[in-house]
Design a binder for this molecule. Structure first.
Ligand code: EPU
Length: 295
């Protein structure tokens, strides 16, 4: 779809998805699901700006940028999903978030039937959040423009990256992929939605109360709204890591990931999530919110 193209009116309930890698379906969707084809497609690039089609696989873009001497996205290596989803979800990993690089987002507003442009500020990016996430059937992300750097400055700020080889961006990318796949199930082997919950942000009193009881709690990142705790650690501490419940379970190497152990249904995943939420609430007084989109 090019800017200005006419789009026929779309009736009824709509759901726009990228690659669907962050979604759990508990039932058939009673409406129209819209997605963009995921062919490799770069709209344009100049010295620092790369514009990619919303349906492009994000990791293909990461590799392409490194092949062309453009840096910044390497810490986002191997994140499943599309370029469009990188803007919707403000994907993040290993000390980087999509919002650090997104210059502009072109979308089609299905409700108002017009093309529109969003600057980085217009997108109202926050932790795994953007303006697009609040209106799931409204915007089709057509293109995302990223501002990258011609100079490779390794970002090793994330603790798990300490000591990783980083002579070149490609080397760092490959090392990050290894760290990532040592902790997360490979999508081709076990279905999962990646991190199932967001890391909860708690107030100062709650943070100090938990810290006093558990001096081993990983360092919490201060954010504008409070302290961001590690949901994986909280779930681990209540004893769920590696446990299964029926045909679903908690990934043995990372308690933040719920996975399909043996052909489970979406409802079973939801039931497991609810049991975990209850236990974390009971032990720590902290509410966990799903990061995955549950239909
Ligand atoms: N931890 C445990 N037990 C666990 C899991 C984690 O104690 O079972 C501890 C770790 O030892 C570490 C801390 O919790 O001290 C944080 O763990 P990790 O570095 O793995 O990161 P995370 O906060 O659990 C986030 C993102 C991931 C991203 C990683 C790396 C969220 C919800 N998740 O996980 O994103 O890959 O950081 O940057 O923010 C995703 O969104 O799907 C995803 C995988």
């Amino acid at each position: 779809m090019e800017p200005g193209d006419e789009v026929p009116p779309l009736e009824g309930e709509l759901l726009v998805i990228g690659a669907g890698s962050n979604m759990v379906f508990t039932k058939d969707y009673e409406g129209t699901v819209i997605t963009l084809s995921n062919t490799f497609h770069l709209s344009s690039f100049t010295s620092h700006l790369v514009t990619a089609w919303g349906g492009m696989i994000m990791d293909d873009l990461v590799q392409w940028t490194l092949d062309h001497g453009l840096y910044g996205l390497e810490n986002l290596s191997s994140i499943p999903g599309t370029v469009g989803a990188s803007a919707v979800q403000n994907v993040g990993a290993y000390g980087a978030e999509a919002k650090d690089f997104i210059e502009r987002v072109e979308a089609y507003d299905i409700l108002e039937r017009r093309h529109c442009d969003f600057s980085n500020a217009d997108c109202r990016f926050a932790y795994r959040d953007s303006i697009f996430k609040h209106d799931p059937g409204r915007y089709l992300i057509l293109r995302v423009t990223y501002r990258l750097s011609k100079e490779f400055v390794p970002n090793l700020s994330y603790k798990a990256l300490e000591g990783l080889p980083h002579n070149t961006a490609q080397q760092l990318r490959e090392a990050i992929m290894e760290v990532r796949w040592s902790k997360l199930p490979r999508p081709e082997e076990h279905g999962s939605a990646g991190s199932f919950f967001k890391n909860p942000v708690v107030d100062e009193d709650t943070y100090h109360r938990i810290r006093a009881d558990y001096p081993d709690m990983p360092e919490a990142h201060g954010t504008d709204g409070g302290y961001k705790l590690s949901a994986g650690w909280l779930i681990d501490k209540v004893g769920w890591k590696g446990r299964t419940q029926g045909r679903t379970g908690v990934w043995p190497k990372n308690a933040l990931v719920l996975y399909n152990a043996d052909g489970c249904s979406g409802d079973e995943v939801r039931a497991l999530a609810a049991a975990i939420q209850q236990d974390v609430k009971q032990k720590f007084g902290v509410a966990l919110d799903p990061e995955a989109i549950i239909i």
